[in-house]
Design a protein around this ligand. Structure first.
Ligand code: SF4
Length: 492
């Protein structure tokens, strides 16, 4: 069977961000100042990790796979589309057009948006796969027997059973995560899925708990990425790095003992990592920490953060700066009752905390969260299509959405175009350069040299632990919390 992974072209949305819902990144003003900031952090992000896992899985099952951007003339037996919230309309239209152009083919929607908002993709005759779509490795034939159905695969308990991602259709040499690294090409490696906190506005909430991977499997995947694709920097996915100290120390230890020289970034919260863990991770190659500046148990996501908590965050960022680790702080702003003050307050916090880079996300209701249900009907976009973190989708009292978006861009540029920010950024580049000179020696491996030095990945068994029987879903409502609880094991 020939499978085409279909993606729209140049939407500016990174589908792996925001818990897989996809988000655009604020790019500041136009003009020279905006261009300067964009030049600092220019990126070419890898396509979603899910697609790389699907390539590996489908090829292992003997199918041919092609990655197609924006074209409709490539024939296939099966088209797979992985929508983000803000590309939902594009992908819906594309599926209809693909099925009309290739009437013998089937189409399938996968990913977090297909899982949480299947009603938006209904009525096209395409299959909708809910749950962890990587399980198609074991279940593709069964799913294909149900054309047009919505199929619930549930959550995969053991993420280490997936075949290693295959990046070959995606030009992996061009991947560049400029916000986080000074060494390229870069890629994603999943370290955990979901978050142990349960903020009711967070895009990770639909995952309902956290699943960690074993450090040994993470390091094997990193080493495989170095040998097979030539990657030199790795963004470890998962918002809760450091939540399990045993895994944190073991990962650092294994990276220190590995012969490959790599740098990596993590996403965490200030209270998840102790200073000694930070020092050890720095020795193992930690280059950047994306730190969550939203507080989990505030009544409102962009409310006033108590001074004591901000002091802990400030201390954490200062410790990173002292170690030469770049920090990217992510603020959530845009309180619907007072959006202007909320954004300016976030800008003030960013200036006080002094991360290397800052992101100002507008509050966005994500499907699968309590916030989404609570604020249903309160946003400007009737069909939920424009849900990104750079579009003002909520209705603001006394403000037009464009005014709020302009203010967000203003905050972004005002933070980065300061002498202190330029100095911190230059310092982080300089420390990355010095770190490259003084780090312990290790082989620089040519891409494609082959993973000969690595232990071969054990072939996954025919059926993973925790696999559930497929079932067609009934009405297309998002799965209720009790329903989801019954489908997966409790979080560790
Ligand atoms: S702590 Fe951060 S990542 Fe975790 S649920 Fe809350 S907002 Fe989401």
């Amino acid at each position: 069977m020939h499978v085409v992974l279909w993606d729209p072209r140049n939407t500016g949305v990174w589908k792996d961000l925001a818990g897989g819902m996809g988000a655009a990144r604020c790019e500041g003003w136009g003009g020279l100042a905006g261009r300067l900031v964009r030049f600092w952090v220019r990126e070419r992000r890898p396509p979603p990790l899910l697609l790389a896992h699907l390539v590996a899985a489908l090829r292992r099952r003997g199918h041919t796979v092609e990655y197609v951007c924006g074209r409709f003339d490539r024939p296939a037996d099966l088209f797979i589309l992985r929508p983000a919230l803000s590309t939902l309309a594009i992908e819906r239209e594309a599926a209809a057009r693909l099925l009309a152009t290739h009437p013998r083919a089937k189409a399938m929607f996968v990913g977090p948006v297909a899982s949480t908002l299947p009603q938006a993709l209904d009525g096209l005759g395409a299959m909708i796969v809910k749950g962890d779509a990587e399980q198609l490795y074991w279940t593709l034939d069964e799913v294909l027997e149900r054309p047009g159905a919505t199929v619930q695969l549930g959550w995969l308990e053991d993420l280490d059973r997936l075949p290693l991602p295959d990046w070959s259709p995606f030009l992996p040499r061009s991947f560049r995560l400029g916000r986080e690294f000074a060494r390229f090409p870069s890629t994603f490696v999943e370290q955990s899925r979901g978050c142990p906190c349960r903020c009711d506005f967070c895009s990770h909430a639909h995952l309902d708990g956290v699943r960690f991977r074993e450090p040994e499997a993470v390091v094997d995947e990193i080493r495989h990425g170095v040998h097979a694709w030539g990657f030199r920097s790795f963004s470890l996915r998962g918002p809760a790095f450091g939540h399990d100290p045993r895994r944190t120390f073991e990962l650092a230890d294994r990276l220190l003992r590995a012969p490959e020289r790599v740098v990596f970034s993590i996403k965490t919260r200030a209270d998840c990592l102790r200073p000694e863990a930070l020092r050890l991770l720095k020795r193992a190659g930690l280059a950047c920490v994306v730190v969550d500046a939203a507080e989990p148990d505030l009544p409102e996501p962009c409310g006033d953060v108590p001074a004591a908590r901000d002091a802990a965050l400030e201390e954490f960022i200062a410790a990173c700066r002292a170690l030469g680790i770049r920090t990217v702080a992510e603020f959530v702003a845009g309180d619907p009752h007072d959006p202007r003050q909320s954004l300016l307050r976030a800008l003030g916090r960013a200036r006080r905390l002094r991360p290397t880079l800052a992101e100002f996300h507008l509050l966005t209701p994500y499907p699968g969260t309590e916030w989404f249900d609570r604020h249903a009907g309160e946003w400007n976009s009737a069909d939920g299509v424009a849900l990104t973190r750079t579009r003002a989708v909520l209705r603001y009292e006394g403000f037009k959405p464009e005014q709020i978006e302009r203010l967000q861009r203003h905050c972004y540029c005002r933070f980065h175009l300061r002498w202190a920010a330029v100095r911190d950024w230059t310092g982080s580049r300089w420390s990355a350069f010095v770190g490259r000179l003084v780090r312990r020696p290790g082989p620089l491996v040519a891409p494609g040299a082959g993973p000969a030095a690595l232990p071969p990945q054990a072939a996954p068994p025919d059926a993973p632990r925790g696999k559930r029987r497929l079932r067609s879903d009934g009405p297309h409502t998002r799965p209720g919390f009790s329903d989801r609880h019954s489908e997966r094991r409790p979080p560790e």
